[in-house]
Ligand binder design. Structure first.
Ligand code: CP3
Length: 345
């Protein structure tokens, strides 16, 4: 295997000393980039995901335009429920819609643990093409949603602030919920193992709705399955868990065997470090809305964040996805400030 020219992300995850923290942004491939909007006009969302040339082009855009230290594959967490047999639509200004969600045991007739090579081959083709096109400039991150976050969409059928129907499903039909969570987990493990075979350097598990659960439910409904995924991958690839809002469980997440933990902006780096312990790399945690501030403010706040994390065992990132209305030069200021940071200053 040929050598990466910029392996800061891998070094930080392996807890090796780095001259400065690596930087990338969650949802960095997307709507704040005019170059993405051009492709968005021409092709629908899943067409962009399923066409390896388009997925590759969109994946590399932020590397070329913003100068991030890692690429994350352009795809979506919802390709998994799609592969399991559910219809998923992305409706302009409404977000994802699953017209026939899972509500009762009868709905299980419509879903299965698929052969990922039959249903998701286009993702693996996009990874191979992207690795070739990146030409070892930066590492490539693969990803999947955490089973609980995927269940949220499969049961609620659309986005929600509370995912009350998904929670009600778990609390009123626990056996069915665990059956579904296990099916998603089995699919996700097979899917991520093939992503690794296709060439990704790091895997991130997104638990965007982990913070909707209290600590005990987070353990039983979410972390239990994330742990199974991390365990299945531990000898094959470096892994990062991002469970938004689930700061209460940083200690248990730090014991899963993952190398990195993502945190959002509602916890200080110091407090996260106390909870997670010294053995794991932390990723985050700039408030994405702060990228809407004037550039001098962004620079000052980013430097504060970097110094609060202490310079090592840190991957600079946002605390959640970049907002679509972020000016490109503000995103670039975020990345540039990290790249020119010297920890003694
Ligand atoms: O990070 C990247 O740039 C890689 C690509 C990526 C997308 N979605 C592309 C996308 C990744 C890693 C995701 C993950 C994802 N998808 C999550 C977890 C991360 C998070 O933000 O919490 C979730 C919950 C989804 C589900 C999803 N997909 C939603 C809720 C939406 C609509 C709202 C939104 O945030 O845009 C999508 C669509 C989507 N996925 C877009 C992109 C670029 C926007 C599509 C468009 O309008 O062109």
């Amino acid at each position: 295997m040929s050598q990466l020219k910029n392996d800061l992300l891998l070094k930080a995850l392996r807890k090796e000393k780095v001259e400065r923290p690596p930087v990338w942004m969650m949802r960095q491939a997307g709507r704040y980039l005019p170059e993405y909007m051009v492709l968005r006009e021409k092709y629908d969302f899943f067409e962009r995901c399923q066409n390896p040339e388009l997925a590759c082009e969109i994946t590399i855009q932020p590397v070329d335009i913003i100068g991030v230290d890692a690429a994350i594959l352009f795809s979506d967490i919802l390709v998994v429920p799609q592969a399991m047999g559910l219809e998923v639509e992305l409706v302009e200004s409404k977000g994802p819609i699953l017209p026939e969600p899972i509500k009762t045991f009868r709905d299980f007739d419509r879903i299965r643990v698929p052969d990922v090579n039959e249903t998701l081959q286009y993702v693996f083709d996009a990874i191979k093409l992207t690795k070739a096109e990146l030409n070892n400039r930066v590492p490539l991150i693969g990803f999947a949603g955490a089973p609980w976050t995927i269940l949220c969409y499969m049961v609620q059928g659309k986005g929600s602030k509370t995912f009350d129907e998904a929670k009600a499903f778990c609390y009123t039909q626990p056996a069915l919920a665990h059956r579904l969570l296990q099916m998603i987990t089995d699919t996700t493990i097979a899917y991520l193992k093939e992503q690794v075979k296709a060439g990704v350097d790091v895997i991130q598990v997104f638990d965007s709705w982990g913070g909707l659960l209290g600590p005990d439910d987070f353990e039983n409904i979410s972390l239990k399955y994330i742990r199974e995924i991390i365990n299945a991958l531990r000898d094959e690839v470096l892994t990062i868990i991002f469970a938004k809002g689930a700061w209460h469980s940083l200690e248990s997440m730090s014991k899963t065997g993952a190398q990195g933990l993502g945190i959002d902006w509602c916890i200080t780096p110091q407090m996260a470090r106390e909870l997670a312990g010294s053995k794991i790399t932390l990723q985050g945690n700039f408030d994405p809305a702060k990228l809407l501030s004037p550039i001098p403010v962004i620079k000052k706040e980013v430097r504060k964040m970097l110094s609060d994390f202490g310079g090592q065992h840190h991957i600079a990132n946002l605390g959640h996805g970049i907002l679509p209305n972020t000016p490109v030069d503000h995103a670039r200021a975020f990345v540039e400030t990290v790249k020119t940071y010297e920890s003694h200053k």
